[in-house]
Ligand binder design. Structure first.
Ligand code: SAH
Ligand code: SF4
Length: 429
C-alpha cells in the first residue's frame, strides 16, 4: 500500500511526498547471525532439526572461510534450500562508494549501508587497511559519527548518526578481504599492498575507526566473536584490539565476554587536561580508568594493555608529562603508543615537533617500553587515526515524525509539516 502525504491542508504550495515510494526495506543479512541465530533461521525455513547443525556449518564455511557473496555458489547446499535462503536473506556486500590508495599502500574504503526503516537513510562508513611487512591491519568502524567530542578527533565533529550492526561491522572485514584477494587461492590484486610471505592480508583487526565501540558493545561483541571463530574467519583474539576513550563501566565486561586486546585512549596524565581533550574524563577520571585497566580480565605481561597518547604540540608533550605517564602506568602490564597528531581541516591543534616526540619517546623507552611511536600512515588520503569522517547525517526528529505519521496514515504535526514544506522549497531552489 502506498501512503501519500498531502501537505495541502497545511501549505497549499507544498509538494506531495510519498515516503513508501522512497523506501524499500532491505532483506535481513545472514552475515552477522551467530551460530544459535543461524540454527533458528534454518528452522524457520523448514530445515528438519537433525540437519540444521550440518547446514549451519556449511553456511558458516561458505560465508567466512570461502567468502562467497551469492547463494548460488554454495554447491553443497540443495538448490531448493538455496532459493529459500535467498528469498529470506541477503549475503550481498555493501556498495563501495569510494576506494583510495595512499602512496604508502594504505587503503581506505567508503562503504554504504542501506537504511533499515523508512525513518532512516543509508549511512557511509570508512574502513582503513594498513599493510606492513609482517602484518596487515584493518581499522574498523563501530558507529557512524560519535557521541563523544574529543577535541583533537575529526570523527568527534560528526554527530552520532547510528550504531553499526554486527553484520555491518563484519561486512567491513569481508569487503576488505574481497578487495585484497584475502580468500583461499586468491592473490593480492595489482595496485594493492599486502604483507610478504604467507601472512594473510588481514592478520590484525583494530576497532579504531569511527565511533566508540563500548557504546555499541552488543553488536561489536557479536561481530568480534564471529570474526575470531576458529571455523570461520579465525582471527586470533590476540590480534584483535578494541580501543576505547575510557567507558569505565563496560571495560570489565569487554574483557570477560570478548577476550580481545584492549587499548585506552589516554592522551593526558592530568584530569584537568584530559577533561578538555577527552571530555568523557569528567565522568570517568584517570584514576578510575586505570583501576579498570588493572582489573581487565586476562591482563598479564603476555597480554598487555596499549595506552594511546596523541602528541599535541605544546599541549601534552612536555618531558614532565612523559615522566608522569611512566609513573601512572607503573604496575599495569602496558604498552605505550605515541601517535603523532594527524591534522584535519579546521583543527586547532598541531602535531608535536619530531625532536620533541623523540625526547618524549626516550623517557618512555628508558622506563622499559619498546618502540613506542606509531608511524603515521595514509595521511595523504585522510586515512590516519582520527581523520575519519563521513558525510552521513542523522535524519532530524521532525522529519522522522513526519514520515512515521504519513506511513500510519495520520495527520502530521502542523509544526513538522511547515518545517518539511520549508525544506522542500529550499531543496527545490
Ligand atoms: N573511540 C575510540 C576508537 C576510535 S579513535 C577511541 O577513542 O579510542 C582511535 C584512536 O585514534 C584513538 O586513540 C583516538 O584518540 C586517536 N585519534 C583521534 N583523533 C586523532 C588524530 N587527529 N590524530 C591522531 N590520533 C587520533
Ligand atoms: Fe569518538 Fe574516539 Fe574520536 Fe573520541 S577519539 S571523538 S571517542 S572516535
Amino acid at each position: 500500500m502506498s501512503v501519500t502525504l498531502d501537505l495541502a491542508a497545511h501549505n497549499s504550495n507544498a509538494p506531495t511526498v510519498d515516503p513508501a515510494a522512497l523506501f524499500a526495506a532491505p532483506k535481513q543479512q545472514l552475515v552477522g547471525l551467530d551460530r544459535a541465530d543461524l540454527l533458528e533461521a534454518l528452522g524457520s525455513l523448514g530445515v528438519p532439526e537433525k540437519q540444521r547443525r550440518m547446514r549451519a556449518r556449511q553456511l558458516w564455511n561458505w560465508l567466512y572461510v570461502r567468502g562467497v557473496s551469492d547463494f548460488d555458489s554454495m554447491s553443497n547446499i540443495a538448490k531448493d534450500l538455496r532459493s529459500r535462503l535467498a528469498d529470506a536473506y541477503s549475503i550481498e556486500r555493501p556498495e563501495i562508494v569510494a576506494e583510495q590508495i595512499s602512496q604508502d599502500g594504505t587503503a581506505k574504503w567508503l562503504m554504504r549501508f542501506p537504511a533499515s526503516s523508512p525513518t532512516e537513510q543509508p549511512v557511509d562508513v570508512e574502513t582503513v587497511y594498513i599493510p606492513e611487512a609482517d602484518r596487515g591491519t584493518l581499522c574498523v568502524s563501530s558507529q557512524v559519527g560519535c557521541t563523544l567530542t574529543c577535541t583533537f578527533c575529526h570523527t568527534g565533529t560528526q554527530k552520532l548518526v547510528r550504531n553499526l550492526t554486527a553484520d555491518e561491522i563484519l561486512a567491513q572485514i569481508l569487503v576488505a578481504r574481497d578487495r585484497l584477494g584475502d580468500w583461499p587461492d586468491q592473490e593480492t590484486p595489482a595496485g594493492m599492498t599486502a604483507p610478504a610471505g604467507d601472512v594473510r592480508a588481514i592478520s590484525n583487526v583494530v576497532l579504531m575507526g569511527m565511533g566508540e565501540p563500548l557504546y555499541n558493545f552488543d553488536h561489536v561483541k557479536k561481530a568480534l566473536l564471529i570474526a575470531s571463530d576458529g571455523e570461520g574467519i579465525s582471527l586470533s583474539k590476540r590480534r584483535i584490539t578494541l580501543s576505547t576513550s575510557g567507558v569505565v563501566p563496560q571495560i570489565e565486561k569487554c574483557g570477560a565476554e570478548t577476550g580481545v586486546m584492549l587499548a585506552i585512549s589516554l592522551h593526558a596524565v592530568r584530569d584537568e587536561l584530559r577533561n578538555e581533550l577527552v571530555p568523557l574524563n569528567k565522568k570517568y577520571p584517570i584514576a578510575e580508568l586505570l583501576d579498570a585497566c588493572r582489573n581487565y580480565p586476562g591482563v598479564s605481561n603476555a597480554k598487555r594493555i596499549t595506552f594511546e597518547y596523541v602528541m599535541l604540540k605544546g599541549v601534552n608533550d612536555s618531558l614532565a608529562d612523559a615522566k608522569e605517564l611512566v609513573r601512572l602506568l607503573k604496575g599495569i602490564p602496558a604498552k605505550i603508543n605515541l601517535i603523532p597528531f594527524n591534522p584535519w581541516p579546521g583543527t586547532r591543534y598541531d602535531c608535536s615537533d619530531w625532536d620533541q616526540i623523540e625526547r618524549f619517546a626516550d623517557v618512555v623507552n628508558r622506563a622499559g617500553y619498546a618502540s613506542p611511536v606509531r608511524t603515521p600512515r595514509g595521511r595523504d588520503i585522510l586515512a590516519a587515526c582520527g581523520q575519519l569522517k563521513s558525510e552521513s547525517e542523522r535524519i532530524p526528529a521532525w522529519k522522522k515524525r513526519a514520515i512515521s505519521a504519513a506511513l500510519a496514515g495520520e495527520d502530521m504535526d502542523t509544526h513538522d509539516a511547515a518545517h518539511l514544506a520549508a525544506r522542500s522549497d529550499a531543496e527545490a531552489e
